[in-house]
Write a protein that binds this ligand. Sequence first.
Ligand SMILES: [Zn+2]
Length: 393
Amino acid sequence: MCSTLLHKGTIEAIDARRRAFIWTGDITCSGGQCKAAWELVCWDRARGGLGIKRLDLQNKGLLSKFVDKLLQAPTTNWQKWFHLMYGDGAGRDLGDTHHLDTAIWTTLRQLIPNFRRCTKVHLGSGQFTSFWFDHWIGPQPLADLFPALLSFCPRPNITVAHAYLQDQWIIPLHPRLTSVTSSQLSAILLALANVALLPHVPDRRGIGVDLQPFSSRGFYLWHMEQRPNDGFADCIWSNAAIPRCKHFLWLVHHNRLPSAALLHHRCIVESTLCQYCGAYEDQDHLLLRCPLARGLLNYIGWNIAPHLTSFRELWDLPYFSDEASPRTRSTIITAVLWNVWKARNSVVFSSLFPTAADTRLAILQDLRLWSIRMRSPSDKAYLHEWCSTFDVN
Ligand SMILES: [Zn+2]
């Protein structure tokens, strides 16, 4: 992982095993058994995924530590050797391609663009900062802001220091600029007018607003941040339910619960109808509107629940006092949904028809067991109190 770039096929083979283990506990699985896309599974939990690590990102993050060391003043022999072979010593800019490039350098060179995208530079001498591709002036690299002018530059990998000669900016460009590129050049020179290099101060490169030193963890987190936070994630993971039930709630959140409608869509079953009532069985029918679910919800006093448009609205129901923490609330709702799902499965797979009283008892048993996992004494007390009231009713 930290010495060579893993081949795409190798990562796919390892991921196939990981995917099979997650969905079936076996060494192989078919596409129909995968309940959610692997890409979704690999996002952080806070961003809607299951938090399974992406091997390709881990691999690139570890290797990028070499790139980080190459883009600083060389102090060790191997850094000096790379600069001698592939940088100034060979009469070219670090990052240029050459037909005699070794496989190791080709690998590292491929990682440079991604490395530059996730890092920013506080400019010093400009010796190891790419003029076009680094974040060093403005919100974006100059290559993104002025692509037309870049196409006229014969040295795309030029450093900032190389473009600043004798106290003035001289960008190497092919002759005969178009009107667009001429105006872009004027804009760049105007932006650079007040920028001066500090020859004896090294460039400071890092990740994030406060330029944290580069690390493979920072690299991984930066890529995760490209996806917005999932507002429902806390309801799933800040929860005293057992992991299996949290994963169940995660599937429900992503509308991946294997209802008849979803299984029919995947060509696994022929009918889309509910085996209990004969209506079209999608996820919301199964959990809220099926007479099997509705009977239970009415029995426990959640009369509004069958009329909700989404299961997420359960979190807004007025059935919990202000003392109920979000964690307690999520735990109780998870127990209810989980046991509705189990009751439905009893009908489908065992031809058993549990009554609302049976399901209520199962909910109580689950909650009393899960209360052991509650860390906060007040949460635990509220859950016990809720269970007692629930038991009497
Ligand atoms: Zn039904």
